[in-house]
Design a binder for this molecule. Structure first.
Ligand code: UTP
Length: 472
């Protein structure tokens, strides 16, 4: 049966309603898009999600318990468990068994920035972009471990070319070109509330990236996983493109993962307050799950333990270590595991049956996305370690207010001030802890406290902090 007939059979024949007006090239491109769509999968998603529940998976709230985690010890330097983990992590880094992995395929609609989000300027003085900061952290870690840290970046059909171009124009920020690999994630058609596929134009379907959970199958389909395996990579250090604070490769975290019985580990932050918008790490029986803040009933988020501390305290910051072996397993044809789709109700620009362009003011349709944390229940025993907010997390999500560029620039400076004060340097700050004179520390000088402290011992006196200071 040909593609058009199949679409008709599934009630999606309207996708080809402008066929007669299309030229050869447009027809070929529409057919190519159409052939990417698994109509059976889509029909099931429409049935289960559109107008129904938000997710294909069901949560048994009665069985939910807070997930266990490794708290940061009072004195990390003398804690044998953490130091042992660090050693194991450092060995893996020296032996080139770790790759950095950034998911950068999102559309960044809340930020409203024109271009791939990774090209957004974010450092407080030099306006370095998100990609540049990650690249410099990776370079610094490579130098530290006299090693290579291959970097894999997942893009989408919308931003792939622009992302590659940006790296080309900037000579990969000093990284070896052969150590940076880009690959595209999959995409899914958007549908209206009746489940009909939306058209972007006469000859194209409104398609959107299939969520960060699409990373697992995209790694396998794109050949990136083959490349990792051929280079002997065992662990992926997974982080999101909008979080410049992330440690990129953290030896403690890698070590805890390597020593555990799990294929996917996570970092947690103690939630600052009940309603903070972070997913919750929970266990249900022996399965680890992240329950989104919007899915968590109020009576659970409000629960407190005997010390008055929130019971469900462990917030997810979307930082994971994932074993490449696990990705191979879950993406093999024989695998019984598939990540569920979730629906996102969005405003989706499209054309109507008369071919007129509609830019809606209200949500008019549904996009389908997979979430990477839905792989956790399949990964084995939970392994979660605590991290600190400034040390790992200040995302750039919104144009202003909470989690914006402004709040992130302030957080970067709070972190730099903290490092300096730990070295006994006086830093004058305002009542919110932000230094009065702007400070920026290049990742090449220090990409975490330890590397900063070493550089400072050697070169600290060179810098004048009585005015704006870029430390490099
Ligand atoms: P978000 O959930 O914040 O989505 O992505 P977003 O698309 O970037 O932004 P909004 O919601 O439109 O404002 C979290 C991380 O997951 C990546 C993003 O690039 C970001 O690093 N992501 C998200 C993907 O790689 N692919 C996707 O399909 C979705």
């Amino acid at each position: 049966m040909d593609t058009i007939e199949r679409f008709e059979q599934f009630g999606q024949g309207h996708v080809f309603q402008f066929w007669d007006s299309l030229n050869e090239e447009e027809r070929t491109s529409l057919l190519e898009q159409a052939e990417e769509i698994d109509l059976k999968e889509l029909a099931e998603l429409v049935k289960s999600l559109v107008g129904g529940e938000g997710t294909q998976s069901e949560i048994n709230y009665d069985a939910l318990e807070p997930a266990p985690y490794q708290p940061i010890p009072d004195d990390i330097e003398s804690d044998s468990r953490w130091q042992e983990a660090k050693q194991v992590g450092e060995e893996a880094l020296r032996a080139v068994r770790v790759a950095a992995f950034t998911v950068a395929g999102g559309q960044g609609t809340r930020l409203g920035f024109n271009g791939p989000k990774g090209t957004f300027p974010i450092s407080p003085i030099k306006n370095k972009t998100l990609f540049q900061l990650f690249a410099e952290k990776i370079r610094a870690a490579q130098d530290r471990y006299s090693s290579a840290i291959p970097w894999f970046i997942m893009t989408s059909h919308v931003n792939h070319e622009a992302t590659e171009r940006f790296f080309r124009e900037n000579a990969s920020f000093g990284l070896s070109e052969s150590d940076v690999t880009f690959f595209r994630q999959g995409r899914m058609p958007a549908v209206d509330f009746q489940g009909k596929i939306l058209l972007e134009s006469n000859g194209s379907i409104a398609m959107s990236p299939d969520g960060h959970g699409g990373a697992l199958r995209a790694l396998s389909r794109s050949g990136a996983l083959d490349e990792m395996e051929s280079r002997g990579i065992e662990y992926l250090s997974y982080f999101q493109v909008d979080n410049p604070h992330v440690q990129v490769v953290d030896p403690y975290f890698i070590g805890f993962h390597a020593q555990s019985n799990t294929s996917m580990s996570s970092k947690m932050l103690p939630k600052a307050y009940e309603k903070e918008k972070l997913g919750h790490f929970c266990v249900s029986g022996d399965r680890l799950e992240v329950v989104e803040y919007s899915d968590m009933p109020d009576e659970l988020t409000a629960q407190r333990d005997e010390n008055g501390q929130l019971r469900f305290i462990a917030g997810s910051v979307a930082i994971h270590i994932i074993s490449t072996k696990f990705i191979r397993e879950v993406t093999s044809d024989a695998s019984a595991i598939s990540l569920p789709f979730h629906k996102a109700i969005k405003k989706i620009a499209h054309i109507d049956d008369s071919g007129e362009q509609i830019v809606p003011n209200e949500p008019n349709g549904v996009k389908f996305e997979m979430f990477v944390f839905d792989a956790l229940p399949f990964a084995g025993e939970p392994m979660i370690i605590e991290t600190t907010r400034l040390g790992d997390f200040s995302p750039v999500k919104n144009a202003e207010g909470v989690d914006s560029a402004e709040s992130c620039r302030a957080d970067q400076q709070r972190l730099f001030a903290q490092w300096l004060m730990q070295k006994g340097v006086e830093v004058e700050s305002d009542e919110l802890g932000v230094p009065i004179n702007k400070i920026e520390i290049s990742p090449l000088f220090g990409y975490n406290y330890e590397s900063f402290a070493e550089s400072w011992e050697r070169r600290g006196p060179e810098f004048d902090l009585s005015k704006e200071a870029y430390i490099e």
